[in-house]
Design a protein around this ligand. Structure first.
Ligand SMILES: Nc1ncnc2c1ncn2[C@@H]1O[C@H](COP(=O)(O)OP(=O)(O)O)[C@@H](O)[C@H]1O
Ligand SMILES: [Mg+2]
Length: 449
């Protein structure tokens, strides 16, 4: 992408109503524009990151054996009357009436809709286990939408639903989701710690939230500092291996880590004093097992091996896809702007031409651009007729992890400059060496073959 042809409406000043850094940088970097309270347009740069995050979520769900689909945003109120949640959900639910006076709603979540699909098409235990998921916009009429995409009213969420014959099978599905979520967040460059949480309106008492530690987080959390040493890393796991998945759950959830809703002072006191931590966190996902709550209320039964109808055991599992942009920025930025982890960066490389119009510099930039494209990676090439300082400022603000700077002086010596956004360190090298280094970096992230 040539910056001269792109739409990147960067702001010099940070809008006054943006109080946290992720919200400020998303506005300043031209990623989003508020359309009304808690509702945003995703401008090209923000949209690109949203799609990267979505893609990682899809890949990890499919790896775990979960099946993608797409359910509508608008749902019928009647389904929610069946579960009893039409009245329970309260003012957070946006209720709509169509021209025929049918009661509709903009879905805040999808347990009812997916249970209806299941009961219409699945009759036998032989079709189980089954996990269906989608990534779709949700609407919750939050009392206090704030912090930009972190607490929106319209937001993008991955929600998955498992259907199993027994509680035991459903708990395996729960563990599978936990493992897939650990992988998902790590690929985004995030540490998200599973913490024991509260069921809330979804119900059930078997639930974990995934929290990214950040001062601006809305949840108060209590944990044993040893949990921050745990990483899933690049180990291979067989998602059908019940013991292996259970082992990961044990490894990641045995040490004390809880949100304020389930915090227990007496248990916390057992954590060695030098490892007790109180902090704040951003909830980026949650998994639930809630048994037969919806299947019983809505008649989602299958014929069991004994021939008798049995209600299926279910759980639901959510990732806050749009919130993740905010969470990643909270976890990865400096005073100049965003620092995107390689896994989610909107463009993999930024090219800055120090002397636009100089024949040699223009040609060198064009060649680098083509070589990055040949690797299957994307470049944002700042080809504008601007001062170098302004170009660097934009690149730093939008946070591309690697920048190649090209100027006539360097080219005379056969070199360009490769700069890491994270460390700020620059290295002069031949253009081919810069491309080789870029390839190596992104190969480690599975983005270059
Ligand atoms: N108002 C919101 N704006 C952005 N993301 C949200 C919002 N509400 C929930 N999410 C994201 O969706 C995920 C799954 O939602 P869920 O656990 O049902 O929400 P909650 O914990 O708010 O009841 C949450 O972990 C969070 O990351
Ligand atoms: Mg939650």
């Amino acid at each position: 992408m040539l910056l001269s042809r792109y739409f990147l409406p960067v702001l010099k000043e940070s809008p006054r109503d943006a109080t946290i850094v992720s919200h400020q940088y998303m506005l300043r970097a031209g990623m989003i524009k508020q359309s009304s309270a808690g509702i945003y347009s995703w401008l090209p740069l923000g949209f690109k990151v949203l799609k990267r995050i979505e893609q990682i979520v899809h890949e990890e769900q499919e790896r775990a054996g979960h099946v993608a689909m797409l359910m509508p945003t608008i749902q019928s109120a009647d389904l929610w009357r069946e579960s009893g949640r039409y009245d329970d959900y309260g003012d957070e639910m946006l209720r709509i009436t169509d021209r025929n006076k049918n009661d509709l709603l903009y879905g805040p979540t999808n347990e009812e809709l997916v249970t209806d699909i299941f009961r219409s098409h699945v009759a036998s235990y032989k079709s189980l286990p089954l996990t269906l998921y989608h990534i779709q916009w949700k609407f919750r009429d939050e009392r206090r939408p704030r912090f930009g995409v972190m607490r929106g009213r319209e937001f993008y969420m991955k929600d998955g639903y498992n259907f199993d014959l027994t509680k035991e099978d459903a708990l395996h599905a729960y563990n599978r989701h936990l493992v897939s979520y650990l992988r998902t967040y790590e690929r985004m460059g995030l540490q998200a710690i599973p913490m024991r949480a509260d069921g809330g309106p979804i119900g059930g008492d078997y639930t974990h939230e995934f929290l990214v530690l950040a001062e601006t987080g809305e949840s108060e959390v209590f944990y044993d500092s040893a949990v921050t040493d745990l990483t899933f890393g690049d180990r291979e796991i067989d998602y059908d291996d019940v013991d292996a998945c259970e082992g990961v759950l044990q490894e990641f959830t045995t040490k004390y880590a809880r949100t304020d809703e389930t915090h227990d002072e007496a248990l916390f006191a057992d954590v060695p004093a030098d490892r007790q931590r109180t902090a704040r966190g951003i909830e980026v996902g949650q998994i639930f097992y809630f048994g037969t709550k919806y299947s019983e209320a809505m008649g989602a039964t299958v014929q069991g091996p004994d021939g008798k109808p049995t209600p299926v055991h279910m759980g639901s599992h959510g990732i806050g896809v749009s919130r993740l942009l905010g969470a990643i920025i909270e976890a990865s930025h400096d005073d100049k702007g965003i620092i995107w982890p390689e896994g989610v960066t909107p463009f993999h490389v930024g090219i800055v031409n120090l002397k636009q119009g100089d024949e040699e510099a223009d040609a060198a930039c064009k060649a680098l651009y083509d070589q990055v494209a040949a690797l299957g990676l994307e470049t944002l090439y700042d080809d504008r007729n601007e001062r170098a300082g302004a170009k660097f400022g934009t690149m730093d603000l939008i946070g591309l992890p690697w920048r190649i700077t090209v100027g006539p002086r360097g080219l005379k010596n056969g070199v360009v400059e490769l700069t890491s956004r994270k460390t700020g360190e620059s290295e002069e090298m031949a253009p081919e060496a810069a491309i080789a280094k870029i390839a190596e970096i992104y190969r480690a992230h599975g983005l270059v073959k």
